[in-house]
Ligand binder design. Structure first.
Ligand code: PDD
Length: 290
């Protein structure tokens, strides 16, 4: 497998970074995951805008222009035979003597990219839906930054796996439990359907502004589905007709069991089906355009 590291395309086995890389020592860096359909990066511009937001948030200078990123990503894609892939892009503050403060003078950031085959959610899972649990969102207050420091997300996702579930829906706990609200999943955004209205949490510092999230809201608006972007209370989860998760790698999936109880009638609902079909159509349409 060919990967990209600091200016070079090389086999994965030959890619090396020094142990003093601040990504390794501190988790000091940011990342992106970009889906690739028919060998073309999907919503590339939007992913690069979010990357810039993450870099600004952690005060790392962007090592490349948008044009340079596009060229590097396209070259990486061309090294792989799969039509559908996902590019993982990772930037750290670079290599320096261990000290929490930024290196002075600044060092060159480390840039790593790899691409893997994109496996689409299994048809059975789209038919049956997946299970999820809820858990307290114990992350920091800058979840809008796509940070490589993912320990809380890793632990939360494992909690879901240990419970035999595909995802965990994160809840910010307020003093009064009835005010507690949901933010997102450990690696996905979450939508609810209640009374025919698609509900989405607002893009703020408590969640990652998902690229798929935006696509889903655009597709819903184009289909005339009423949408409301607002804080979603935890208690609303248990009376939802449908719950959906979205991400670049899982696209849109139905959550049909939550905390061991069925969501709605326990089957994927009509809005899921509509949005899933529209997403499939849309991504192929976009890729056909010159
Ligand atoms: N994660 N929220 C979190 C915490 C995420 O990690 C992700 C994606 C999303 C969805 O964002 P998008 O639609 O842009 O993929 C929301 C990627 C896929 C990952 O970490 O592998």
């Amino acid at each position: 497998m060919t990967v990209y590291l600091n200016g070079q395309f090389l086999p994965l086995e030959e890619a090396r970074i020094p142990v003093l890389d601040r990504g390794f020592i501190f988790g000091d860096g940011v990342y992106e995951v970009i889906p690739v359909y028919s060998k073309r990066a999907f919503r590339l511009h939007e992913h690069l805008v979010r990357l810039q937001h993450s870099l600004d948030g952690v005060r790392i200078d962007n090592p490349h222009s948008v044009g340079e990123w596009a060229a590097l990503i396209n070259t990486l894609i061309s090294h792989h035979q799969h039509e559908d892939q996902y590019v993982y892009l990772h930037i750290t503050r670079g290599v320096a003597k261990r000290d929490h403060a930024f290196p002075q003078p600044a060092v060159a950031p480390t840039v790593f990219m790899m691409s893997n085959p994109l496996t689409h959610p299994a048809a059975e899972l789209l038919q049956s839906g997946v299970s999820a649990i809820t858990a307290v969102d114990n992350r920091w207050l800058r979840c809008d930054i796509k940070s490589i420091s993912l320990l809380p997300n890793v632990l939360l996702r494992q909690q879901a796996v240990d419970a035999g579930c595909a995802e965990v829906i994160l809840v910010r706990v307020e003093n009064n439990d009835s005010d507690s609200f949901i933010t997102e999943g450990s690696a996905s955004n979450i939508f609810l359907v209640r009374d025919g209205i698609l509900l989405a949490p607002p893009k703020d510092n408590l969640m990652l502004p998902g690229i798929t999230y935006d696509v889903i809201l655009e597709l819903a608006a184009a289909a005339g589905i009423p949408c409301s972007v607002r804080r979603i209370l935890k208690q609303e989860l248990y009376s939802a007709d449908e719950i959906l998760l979205t991400s670049s790698t899982r696209e849109v999936m139905p959550i049909t069991m939550l905390d061991g109880k069925p969501v709605g009638n326990g089957r994927p609902g009509p809005l899921f089906r509509q949005l899933h079909d529209r997403y499939q159509h849309f991504k192929r349409e976009v890729m056909r355009k010159p």
